[in-house]
Write a protein that binds this ligand. Structure first.
Ligand code: PBG
Length: 340
């Protein structure tokens, strides 16, 4: 084939001066002018811990992610650290559940054990976040204790606050660096802040799941954490996907109550919310690239319908571009390998 060489042009006088393509010909120039970057340092890897020894149960709908026991969790964090991931968030699957989620409060609880083991193994070389909620610990699967409202069983907001604060203090005592409440209770940040301060943890930051939507994208997580609600749904505490002003209100309240960082969750269907929160408040914003978002990519890639690496990097870049400073994602290990 005779490929013509691009030579001198007699551009018509009317041709515009601007040629944006000038910055796209050379890959090194493209790299220089790139506005958004992905680094393993911006990623937080969610991990699921359960009782037992030597446990490594792969979660069917979340390939490459496992329910781990404390010993295998330590190995997993070590391996992730070796490829550049330094931040982790822990979810617990307790041995027993009851109506009040009492196993969440025990200093010998599963997340507490995991925090102590990880702190011992890795000292301050890893950042350990703890998700704070009761849905994994209650036998009914709701995010707090129940009462009757308008004739139906629902989460008792104010009765949940003190036990939530207790759970957080217990996790801080076990070594959590960051406390991340995800239950969408009104007043949760204020109650937790007071609890932490009184217990001597005034230096421990709160990353509030401030704008968490009632989303269908949490499906695979509920299998992983064994936490689906046994009746009803979470619509009376998680946000309506139709709303955006309400997200700003939630964030404003949490910041006023003492949140240090705020989260938008899920990420991909809520990029507009991430951008509004970032522009409005200018505080550190986290986005949770949730289980269903992860599962869709994995499933389509397994069928050969999309290029997994390309699509994953594009998705995570879009979340950063929308304004997220950090991303909780199950893709963290893959990304750390790809962007090395
Ligand atoms: C609640 C919690 C959930 C997720 C994180 N924290 C589930 C829920 O609200 O039902 C979902 C995360 C994901 O889907 O990856 N403790």
């Amino acid at each position: 084939m005779n490929t013509p060489v691009c030579g001198p042009r007699q551009a018509p006088a009317a041709f515009p001066v601007a040629r944006p393509r000038r910055l796209r010909y050379n890959p090194l120039v493209r790299e220089l002018v790139r506005e958004t970057h992905l680094s393993p340092r911006d990623l937080i890897l969610p991990l699921f811990v359960r009782h037992g020894k030597g446990v490594r149960n792969e979660i069917g709908s979340m390939p490459g992610n496992f329910q781990l026991s404390v010993d295998t969790l330590v190995d997993e964090v070590g391996a992730a650290k070796d490829i550049g991931i330094t931040s982790f968030i822990l979810f617990g699957i307790p041995e027993t559940k009851d109506a009040t989620g009492s196993s969440a409060l025990r200093d010998e609880g599963i997340v507490q054990q995991a925090l102590r083991a990880l702190r011992g193994a890795f000292k301050n070389d890893v950042l350990l976040m703890a998700d704070e909620c009761f849905c994994e610990y209650t036998d009914h699967g709701h995010c707090g204790i129940l009462c009757e409202t308008r004739g139906v069983l629902d989460v008792d907001n104010d009765a949940t606050l003190p036990i939530l604060a207790q759970q957080c203090v217990s996790h801080a005592r076990a070594g959590a660096d960051v406390i991340a409440p995800s239950g969408m209770m009104d007043g949760m940040v204020k109650a937790i802040r007071a609890g932490l301060d009184d217990a001597g943890f005034a230096h421990v930051p709160i990353l509030s799941y401030a704008a968490k939507y009632a989303s269908g994208f949490y499906g695979p997580f509920r299998d992983a954490a064994e936490s689906p609600p046994s009746f009803g749904d979470r619509n009376t505490y998680q946000m309506d996907p139709s709303n955006t002003d309400e997200a700003l209100k939630e964030v404003a309240i949490d910041l006023a109550e003492g949140a240090d960082m705020v989260m938008v969750k899920p990420a991909l269907s809520y990029l507009d919310i991430i951008r509004r929160v970032k522009d409005t408040f200018g505080v550190p914003v986290a986005a949770y690239n949730v289980s269903g978002e992860f599962a869709m990519v994995k499933a389509a890639a397994a069928k050969g319908w999309i290029d997994e690496r390309r699509v994953t990097l594009e998705i995570l870049t879009s979340i950063r571009r929308a304004g997220a400073d950090m991303i909780l994602t199950y893709h963290a290990r893959d990304v750390a390998k790809w962007v090395k």
